[in-house]
Design a binder for this molecule. Sequence first.
Ligand SMILES: Cc1ncc(C[n+]2csc(CCOP(=O)(O)OP(=O)(O)O)c2C)c(N)n1
Ligand SMILES: [Mg+2]
Length: 493
Amino acid sequence: MPVWFTKSRTITHHLNRKVGFMGIIHQNFWISSSSSMQPSSLSSIFIPGIDEDHSTPHIFPFNSSIISRFSLQRFKSTKAASQLAQLYSTDDDDHDNSQVLDFPGGKVTYISEMRFLSESNVKRIPCYRVLDDNGEIIIGSDYEQLSEEIAVKMYSNMVTLQMMDTIFYEAQRQGRISFYLTSTGEEAINIASAAALSADDIILPQYREPGILLWRGFTIQEFANQCFGNKDDYGKGRQMPIHYGSKKHNFVTISSPIATQLPQAVGIAYSLKMDKKDACVVTYTGDGGTSEGDFHAALNFAAVTEAPVVFICRNNGWAISTHISEQFRSDGIVVRGRAYGIRSIRVDGNDALAVYSAIHAARKMAISEQRPVLVEALSYRVGHHSTSDDSTKYRPVDEIDYWKVERNPVNRFRKWVERYGWWSEEEESELRGSIKKQLLQAIQVAEKTEKPPLKNLFSDVYDIPPPNLREQEKELRETINRHPQDYPSDIPQ
Ligand SMILES: Cc1ncc(C[n+]2csc(CCOP(=O)(O)OP(=O)(O)O)c2C)c(N)n1
Ligand SMILES: [Mg+2]
């Protein structure tokens, strides 16, 4: 039993509330559930078109032409309807179906028993994983094998991400940048999901996913330029640190209001569909983001438009100080997929091989079947929410340590890579030395680089700035002239 569990009153409290998350999972449960998952086979199944069975009489008050129009629209491209039952448990079909209502969406069986749907399944949705805690492949696992090149790049990127977080976090503590936010504990979700995608896939991130940019070749210098808000920052210094964006890397700029990216992602995915592109959109959200209306609008919108979008929810247990037990009462996020008619999977977010395999399969389904897919990755936010937070004020240190040490995704993946002889202690120290040097140099360069001019604050929104904006600019310049000591002196006019 994990140390933090026996010690933590907070966690006992959570368990009393039947949340049942955060690592209290029996080994044999994981093994049996993972071996029953077959994501790669899902994407290769032939799925027929319209449900042909119209033999049952309609018991429906509307005009039948309306019904058939509805049904046809719904089923002509919702290809999986008739085969899904064989693949997924649907908790139905145990009753007499002689009396049915042919309703848009399919036939509904009548029953005489007054039966409310339970608020939850008896068993929680299992979590797909491939690597055990010791970095060994669980026998019978269904997964995508990685080449040495990809595996080593994945591991190196995870280490780079960790080191970037450590050094940038320190730079914030030293007052050199105004804000920072780490991905500690979620390195596998970041890097393994990025590795499973193609460079053409468009990313709409939340904010704890810089690893995708790193994977796509955004340089350490580019990260530093953004955090320091210098003239080489693509956002022209107008955003807070960590709000990266890169057109070249198909990475849509991060925006502070959470979940706004989700409906936008569906719109972009729909445009890819119309253009018949061989690519999908991948959008990320935290567990907290799923409490926003935008999450629900996006899922529904994606389902009905059959947009090729993969939603990745990083369920890391916390939304700043709000624990998931105070965020929702459903079995996490994965169950929301079915509610909206979206195929979904729960995956161990700290298992890089499972994340890679699940996202690889999800991408394939999204593109070849033109459908949305929802992936819930279970993980833990090991760092504070951001540099504006002290998480020890609301969660036990034992809990943080448990995830940092026992469930560390980078260490787990390293063990697997080492087992193939693809990585050594020597390579590790070489990599760390080189990355540290690059980071320190990038910070120095970014710090010395000129800041963007003041006029940039007012440009790029309007072709011709309206009078109120011109007035604001004038006012700002007058205020700076009156109180120069209160403004940085290194901003060109
Ligand atoms: C619309 C909106 N509401 C509230 C906030 C403040 N806020 C910033 S991050 C955050 C928590 C998000 O948690 P989660 O989605 O779980 O992501 P995590 O930080 O855990 O990665 C909140 C409430 C915000 N940025 N935008
Ligand atoms: Mg969270």
